[in-house]
Ligand binder design. Structure first.
Ligand SMILES: *Cc1c(COP(=O)(O)O)cnc(C)c1O
Length: 338
């Protein structure tokens, strides 16, 4: 296979030579193998197809400024996937083995880790599917855990462009109580709402709490951070939000590296106009600045505007990027060599 042009990557699947594949049968995971085969043969009645018994994770491997090949806090992806599996009646792939399998898969595809200068990275997608043919609504008894990798370009490719969001009238997650798992079913339920937002000129939806529809939850694939006018970093507290590893890392950075006050609490829709800055956080962008949020006929424009990152957002971004890239000392265990 010829290597892609790392300077021209977007966010799309490109086949890489190896993926990790492990099967769960008779109550146990096998050892797993690195496979060259990217296609799966799965029964038409598999639980994944009929009842969406599947979940996934997402993280990146990249080259640091001093040339190391690393990934960021893979142990947190392992424990979050274990939580998703438990909620979906899937067997946990042991967390230590998850981290080893991620490293092994990345190492096998190391030529596809883009160099530091490109700002690109190797996206890692672990996922699990229920493979048993079922018809009754019961969990699968057999599963496949797989990790593939694909090189992706930098998020801020054409420069930083703050986003315009809208508050959605529909729920983010499919059934109540599944918003805190990383699963395709939540994404499937967001497709209609997301495409509708795009058609109307918005970049993303902000979802409200399903119970009262008065508190900010998150967007389709990213958590939300706000900066108050006196420089405090606040993020919504809710148990129906997916616990973003980037958000947790940024809150730590805000407090421990930048000496900012931080707070995790419920954030009412009515409070939006009190904030100075807003950003979306996730593995893809670290933080994508938000310039405005529309709710019905009300538009809240943040003082940081539609042209640049707000000053606190920028500091958070630069510090976490510095930690990831090895130019700022990382807390123990955050940056893991593959
Ligand atoms: C993956 C994801 C995020 C971001 O989490 P990170 O661990 O920071 O990448 C946020 N919200 C949802 C719904 C997600 O699926």
């Amino acid at each position: 296979m010829s290597l892609p042009d790392f300077s021209k990557l977007g966010f799309a699947y490109i086949k890489t030579p190896y993926r990790f594949v492990s099967e769960f049968k008779n109550g146990a995971w096998d050892e797993g193998v690195l496979s060259g085969e990217e296609n799966l043969v799965v029964n038409e009645s598999a639980c994944v197809f009929q009842y969406a018994q599947t979940c996934f994770e997402g993280l990146k491997a990249y080259t640091t400024a001093d040339g190391r090949k690393v990934c960021f806090r893979p142990d947190l992806n392992a424990s979050r996937m274990a939580d998703s599996c438990r909620r979906l009646m899937m067997p946990v792939f042991p967390e230590d083995r998850f981290v080893e399998a991620v490293k092994k898969t990345v190492a096998a595809n190391k030529d596809y880790i883009p160099p530091y200068e490109t700002g690109a990275s190797l996206y890692i997608r672990p996922f699990m599917i229920g493979t048993s043919p079922i018809l009754a609504v019961v969990p699968s008894s057999e599963f496949q855990f797989r990790i593939y990798t694909t090189p992706v370009g930098p998020y801020f490719k054409g420069g930083v462009k703050p986003l315009s969001l809208r508050v959605s009238g529909l729920d983010r997650a499919a059934p109540r109580g599944t918003g805190n798992i990383k699963a395709g079913l939540n994404y499937a339920m967001s497709l209609y709402v997301t495409m509708d937002a795009h058609e109307k000129g918005f970049d993303e939806n902000v979802y409200l709490d399903p119970g009262t529809r008065t508190y900010i939850e998150e967007t389709g694939g990213a958590n939300v951070l706000f900066v108050t006018k006196d420089g405090k970093v606040v993020t919504p507290k809710s148990d129906s939000i997916l616990p973003s590893i980037t958000r947790r890392s940024l809150m730590y950075v805000a407090k421990e590296y930048l000496g900012l006050e931080t707070e995790e609490r419920r954030i009412a829709l009515d409070e939006l106009e009190d904030f100075a800055e807003c950003g979306l956080c996730g593995t893809a962008a670290v933080i994508a600045p938000v310039g405005k949020i529309t709710c019905g006929d009300k538009v809240v424009a943040f003082p940081s505007g539609m042209d640049a990152m707000g000053p606190v957002t920028k500091k958070l971004y630069d510090t976490l990027r510095g930690i990831q890239m090895g130019t700022i000392e990382a807390p123990e265990g955050w940056v893991v060599e593959v």
